[in-house]
Design a protein around this ligand. Structure first.
Ligand code: NAD
Length: 327
């Protein structure tokens, strides 16, 4: 058993990290912390009374955890991650690793030992659908050069949910949807195609004047392997297009449902659907905890995904954001 503290008890902290930590047979949850009293009490009602409930990272560290999960906003995460690493703990830090490449420069001061204890919460990289897709691409099932289209539409505007609207507006003020969602998508693309994606051009659109930043954005990117990639990200319209990624090559088309990760492969030989058990979020948060506990136990000395993956995805997302706004 490894002991773990969860810091950040908002939407994803309470909704996904906490249940995954409680489900894991290899984890003893020792502390939860958040500065917001309502978030603390909501989490406290879900855990045993042996779990310390505090308001800060320092409170969580006082419980002596081996590892700390940071489900905090990207403008708070870098400072917390560095403090927990310097306190000798293992850290699983939510993506994006920061709100900008400049803000992420604080990570450059980490020692090799500290970096080796930092796993990034690029959760869906762990999904077996990504591994299956990678095997189709690597084995040439789709053919050589690919046209990849990633349409990532999430977080519709729910006019009746003031808390959600406020949280999304606050997040948008710290970067267009590509900074937040692109962290995942550019990580999948680097994992599936290999590194080297470069932004050709980008666009951005603010659909309501009172939004703090453009809420729809996209780009065209090229890959040194000859692949073309078209990405779109969108939030905060009353209705949203389908969330889907397609990989089209001369010999086949692979379609990944962006919400469920159900896969479909169509080739001249016919079509097949591939679905993995359980829902995507439960599956991937459990796999993520397994990898984090393996890192803490010393079963592996390589965090997966590591800081370099988080920084690479952030750098690409920032280029799209900047080129989109100036286009
Ligand atoms: N991996 C995924 O699938 C996934 C999904 C959704 C969100 N996220 C990421 O998770 C992060 C959190 O998102 P969210 O939607 O849960 O946001 P949220 O605002 O609902 O929750 C963040 C929580 O962190 C707390 N917090 C802020 N500063 C803190 C500090 N200094 N110390 C301790 N706690 C602090 C807040 O009070 C809040 O409760 C974001 O970076 C987001 O991009 C990841």
């Amino acid at each position: 058993m490894v002991s773990v503290a969860l810091v950040g008890l908002g939407d994803i902290g309470r909704g996904a990290h906490l249940p995954a930590l409680l489900r894991s047979p290899g984890v003893r949850l020792v502390a939860v912390a958040d500065p917001v009293a309502a978030h603390r009490s909501a989490a406290a009602s879900l855990v045993s009374d042996k779990v310390a409930v505090g308001s800060s990272l320092d409170d969580a560290l006082a419980a002596g955890p081996d590892g700390v999960v940071l489900a905090t906003p990207p403008w708070a995460t870098p400072e917390l991650a560095i403090a927990a690493l310097r306190a000798g703990r293992f850290v699983l830090a939510e993506k994006p690793v920061a709100t900008s490449v400049a803000a992420a420069s604080v990570y450059l001061g980490l020692t090799d030992d500290e970096r080796a204890r930092l796993q990034i919460g690029l959760t869906y990289r762990h999904d077996p659908a990504i591994a299956r897709l990678k095997s189709w691409i690597d084995d040439g099932v789709l053919g050589g050069q690919l046209l990849v289209r990633a349409h990532v539409y999430d977080e519709a505007r729910m006019a009746g949910d003031a808390e959600h609207l406020e949280r999304m507006r606050r997040t948008l003020a710290h970067g267009t949807p590509v900074v937040h969602e692109g962290a995942h998508v550019f990580d999948w693309l680097a994992h599936l195609l290999g590194p080297g994606l470069a932004v050709d051009d980008a666009w951005a659109l603010r659909t309501d004047d009172d939004l703090p930043a453009p809420n729809l954005t996209g780009a065209r990117l090229s890959h040194p392997g000859g692949h073309q990639v078209l990405v779109e990200f969108g939030w905060l319209t009353d209705a949203l297009p389908r969330c889907e990624l397609t990989f089209l090559g001369p010999r086949g088309l692979a379609t990944l449902d962006g919400a469920t990760f159900a896969l479909r492969l169509s080739t001249a030989a016919g079509s097949e659907n591939v679905e993995f058990p359980g829902d995507r979020s439960t599956r991937d948060f459990d796999l993520q905890v397994d990898r984090f506990t393996a890192l803490i136990r010393g079963d592996t000395d390589r965090p997966d995904p590591d800081l370099a993956a988080g920084l690479a995805a952030l750098a690409l997302a920032e280029q799209v954001a900047e080129q989109g706004v100036t286009a």
